[in-house]
Design a protein around this ligand. Structure first.
Ligand SMILES: [Zn+2]
Length: 382
C-alpha cells in the first residue's frame, strides 16, 4: 500500500506542487485550487488525494484515519460535491459556502471539493465568489473541471491551477498490472484502447462485457449499408446505454429510497404524510437525472470509440504504417480505409462531433444518434 499520491500516475509535476503546499512551504499553500485535465486523467482523484494529505498528520500517508475517511468520502471536514445534474445552481453553491465557513471539527482544514466546477451557473458563481473572497483561515476550496476556460473567469482567476496530463499508455498498463492484478497482455490492450483514460482502462481490463460492447461499436461502421441498418443501430445503441445506466444505478436507487423511507418513518401503518411525499418525489427526480447523465456518459463513450476508429481509418489513408489505436481491428480498418477517401473520413469525424454537440445540448439521444449514423453511412458512399 502506498501513500495518497501513489495512484496519481504520470502526474509528477502536479504532485510536486501539491506536496510543497502540504509541507507548508512559504507561499506554496493557498485557499482555492482548480484541478484541470482531460477526462480520465484523474482530476477528482487528485483533489481527493490532496484533501487527504492536507488533513493527514503525516502529509498523506494513505493509512491513517484522516486519509482513509477523506478518500472514502466519510471525513466530517471534507465535503464532496458530485452533481448528477447538468448544472450547479445558486442554492447548492450557497449551501457549500455556508459549509466552507464552518470551523473543522476534527481535521486541520474545512475542505470543499467540487467535481464539476464547469457546471456552476453564473448566479452560482456569484455566490461562490463571496466564499472565495472572504475565506476563513481554515477553508480550502478544491474545484475540478476539464479546462480552465470552462470555469467562469471570476472564479478561475482566484484559484491556483493544477494541470493534470493524460498518462502514457505504459504508465496505465503498469498500474493495471501492479494495482489491479491484470495480466500484462490484457493490461496493455486495455490501456491502448482507453487512450490514457484510467477509469475506462480499468473497466475494459476487468469486464468482458465492456470489451464485447466496445468490439460491437467498432464493427458498426462497416455495417451501415442502408437506412434501416442505421436506424436499427441507433436504436440498439440508445437501448444499450439505457440498460447500462439502469444496471449501474438500480441497486443504489433502491438503497437510497429505502434509507429515505426509513428516515421519514414511511412504510408502517397509515398513509404517507405530505412532506414525506415531497421528499420522495425529490429523490425520484434526482435519481432520474442521474440515470439520464449515466446514459449520456455511455453514449459519449460510443462517440469516443467511433472517433478512434475513424482516426485510425484516416491514419491508414494518409500515413500508412502509423500504429493504430484499435490495432486489434486492423483487418477491418485497412480494407475500410481502401474503400473510402480521406475527405469522406473527415466528414465522418465531423458527423460524430455534431452528434456530441447535440447530446451536450440536450437533443434527444435517439435523434442525435440516428442523424449521426445516417451521415456516417453517407460519408462512406458519396
Ligand atoms: Zn494519513
Amino acid at each position: 500500500m502506498g501513500d495518497v499520491w501513489s495512484e496519481l500516475i504520470g502526474q509528477e509535476r502536479a504532485v510536486a506542487t501539491l506536496h510543497r503546499a502540504v509541507e507548508g512551504r512559504r507561499h506554496a499553500m493557498t485557499h482555492a485550487w482548480l484541478f484541470v485535465g482531460p477526462p480520465g486523467s484523474g482530476r477528482s482523484n487528485a483533489a481527493k488525494a490532496f484533501a487527504a494529505a492536507l488533513q493527514c498528520p503525516s502529509g498523506g500517508c494513505g493509512q491513517c484515519e484522516e486519509c482513509r475517511t477523506t478518500l472514502s468520502g466519510a471525513h466530517p471536514d471534507v465535503t464532496l460535491l458530485r452533481t448528477e445534474q447538468l448544472s450547479i445552481g445558486v442554492d447548492e453553491v450557497r449551501a457549500l459556502v455556508g459549509r466552507a465557513g464552518v470551523a473543522p471539527v476534527k481535521g486541520r482544514y474545512q475542505i470543499v471539493v467540487v467535481e464539476d466546477a464547469d457546471r456552476i451557473t453564473e448566479r452560482g458563481a456569484d455566490a461562490l465568489l463571496k466564499g472565495l473572497e472572504e475565506p476563513s483561515a481554515k477553508t480550502v476550496w478544491l474545484l475540478c473541471a476539464p479546462n480552465a476556460d470552462d470555469v467562469i473567469v471570476t472564479i478561475r482567476s482566484r484559484c491556483r491551477a493544477i494541470k493534470l496530463v493524460t498518462p502514457s499508455e505504459d504508465a496505465v498498463t503498469e498500474l493495471l498490472i501492479t494495482r489491479d492484478g491484470v495480466s500484462p497482455a490484457l493490461a496493455a490492450h486495455a490501456a491502448r484502447a482507453a487512450q490514457g483514460h484510467i477509469g475506462r482502462a480499468r473497466v475494459l481490463a476487468r469486464s468482458e462485457d465492456a470489451r464485447i460492447r466496445r468490439h460491437q461499436i467498432l464493427t458498426l461502421p462497416a455495417t451501415l449499408t442502408s437506412m434501416t441498418a442505421c436506424l436499427d443501430a441507433a436504436d440498439n445503441l440508445v437501448a444499450a446505454a439505457a440498460e447500462e445506466a439502469s444496471q449501474a444505478t438500480a441497486e443504489l436507487d433502491q438503497k437510497e429510497m429505502a434509507a429515505l423511507q426509513e428516515a421519514l418513518g414511511v412504510g408502517g401503518r397509515g398513509g404517507k404524510p405530505r412532506s414525506a411525499q415531497g421528499a420522495i418525489k425529490d429523490l425520484e427526480d434526482q435519481q432520474k437525472a442521474r440515470g439520464k447523465r449515466l446514459q449520456r456518459d455511455a453514449l459519449d463513450r460510443v462517440l469516443t470509440e467511433l472517433t478512434g476508429y475513424y482516426r485510425d481509418v484516416l491514419a491508414a489513408q494518409t500515413a500508412p504504417g502509423t500504429p493504430l489505436v484499435n490495432v486489434d481491428l486492423a483487418d477491418q480498418i485497412e480494407p475500410f480505409a481502401r474503400r473510402s477517401t480521406p475527405e469522406q473520413t473527415v466528414r465522418a469525424l465531423d458527423a460524430i462531433l455534431v452528434a456530441r454537440t447535440a447530446l451536450e445540448g440536450n437533443v434527444a439521444p435517439l435523434l442525435a444518434l440516428e442523424a449521426m449514423l445516417i451521415s456516417l453511412s453517407q460519408a462512406a458512399r458519396t
